[in-house]
Design a protein around this ligand. Structure first.
Ligand SMILES: [Zn+2]
Length: 442
């Protein structure tokens, strides 16, 4: 019997009451490891287009890649299907688990499909067509949407930039406060430096601890598997770690924003970079969101910033007409109250238009600004009575309140895929050849 390469894709095995696709993946890794499969990679956690609305939480799918005997895997598949049935909460209508099992090399068509899923909406039918054409072993519940993510996870082999995440899980019967110790996180962050990222926000609030009912106790993101495992050994929590696993992931790479799109080509739910000039000054609306307009050679569109904290929103509010910018955004479809709109998740200011204000001239005697002497009558000094009937207003360039550069919302408002400022010049390339000895504990 010969060994073959397998790629298992999983998606949407989660629901709001506390299940989670990555947690299920850790159960599956435990099962497969008992069959002595040879792991080819860490489990891949692939985040897909974050702008898509019909999804639970972070739009993350998982791929497992390993060598095994075909007979072993064929025998396991019915068991895995039953595991999904038992795990997924079918009473929740928005859970539509998907599983695909691909043998051999990942085809170019699946890679292309996966690239699309990072920034477009993909019809379920398209996934089903690929599955039929290549006769791919698969399993799904509900409307089959999970197949889109499952195929996409397999198709993204993380050949460009990537990062790692260590996910610690509590036991499924635990709920309530996880009690991750803040001092331990601050100390971990200090010791690890830039080998890990996004642990704490500007106000030293913990970013590694989720708040929902899911089994994730905490997640630590970093540049290598070794780094995130070391970092996790420094973190303490009141609820215990029942199991943990290291994922290789496209998180924090900005991979969803690889496409610069002309305004006339934008479609609902796209994730895109749009370059243009401000053609409508920012307006601040009740509730604190800011709307401004941009145009390019093809059309114009409104941009909205819903930033919950002030800084990012204030930057947008200080844009002026004719500023040249690139916005990182997802496209909100039009509604009764607004047209197609870009929801901003990042703002690159390329060029600031000069802010010129016209002012009255100065009195040569008193050095005070002259007052208008009436329409067409020039200016006069209120103090000494000096008159300047032919005087003209002078142009005065006002310093802009913002500068060029890239601006992002604070960490807690960033997408999983957003490349944080701390990783701007970091790039991991080349798939891992050897895995660290211990990368999960069941
Ligand atoms: Zn004067």
């Amino acid at each position: 019997m010969s060994l073959e390469d397998f790629h298992i894709g999983l998606d949407d095995i989660d629901d709001p009451s506390g299940r989670c696709t990555t947690h299920f993946a850790s159960l599956l890794v435990e099962l497969l490891s008992k069959q002595s499969v040879e792991w080819l990679d860490y489990p891949n956690l692939i985040r897909l287009n974050p702008g898509i609305p019909f999804r639970t939480r972070g739009n993350g799918a998982v791929a497992l890649r390993f060598k095994a005997q075909s007979e072993t895997i064929s025998k396991l598949i019915p068991l895995i299907e039953q595991m999904i049935r038992d795990y997924a909460d079918e009473t929740y209508p928005n859970t539509n688990p998907g599983l695909v099992v691909i043998t051999g090399k990942v085809s170019e068509e699946i890679r292309k499909f996966s690239k699309q899923a990072l920034w477009r909406t993909i019809p379920i039918k398209l996934a089903q067509r690929i599955i039929e054409r290549y006769n791919i072993t698969h399993f799904t519940l509900g409307n089959g949407r999970g197949l889109v993510g499952a195929l996409s996870a397999v198709g993204n082999t993380l050949d460009k930039d990537y990062t790692y995440e260590y996910l610690a899980y509590r036991s499924m019967d635990q709920s309530g406060k996880r009690g991750v110790n803040i001092e331990s996180v601050i100390e971990m962050d200090r010791i690890m430096g830039n080998r890990v990222f996004s642990n704490l926000d500007d106000a030293n609030r913990i970013m590694i601890e989720p708040h929902g009912p899911d089994p994730v106790l905490y997640g630590i993101r970093g540049e290598t598997a070794k780094d995130v495992i070391e970092a996790a050994s420094l973190v303490t929590s009141t609820q215990g770690v029942e199991r943990w696993m290291v994922f290789r992931t496209n998180q924090a790479t900005g991979e969803h924003l690889s496409n610069q799109v002309r305004i006339s080509d934008l479609r609902p739910y796209m994730a895109a970079v749009v370059r243009g000039y401000v053609d409508q000054s920012p307006q601040i609306f009740e509730g604190g969101f800011v709307v401004f307009g941009i145009k390019d050679d093809t059309s114009r569109i409104d941009c909205a910033v819903y930033e919950p904290t002030r800084q990012f929103r204030d930057t947008a509010a200080n844009l002026h007409m004719d500023d040249e910018i690139k916005v990182h955004a997802s496209v909100r479809p039009k509604s009764r109250t607004h047209g197609l709109t870009l929801n901003l998740e990042g703002l690159e200011i390329l060029y600031l238009a000069p802010d010129i204000q016209l002012q009255n001239p100065i009195c040569p005697t008193c050095m005070k600004r002259l007052k208008s002497a009436g329409t067409g009558k020039g200016f006069k000094c209120a103090k000494c009575g000096h008159r300047d009937p032919k005087g003209k207003k002078i142009e005065n360039q006002i310093e802009r309140k913002i500068s060029t550069g890239l601006f992002l919302p604070p960490l807690r408002a960033q997408r999983h895929l957003t490349r944080p400022l701390s990783r701007m010049n970091m790039n991991n390339t080349g798939n891992p050849v050897d895995l660290v000895d211990i990368w999960y504990i069941p």
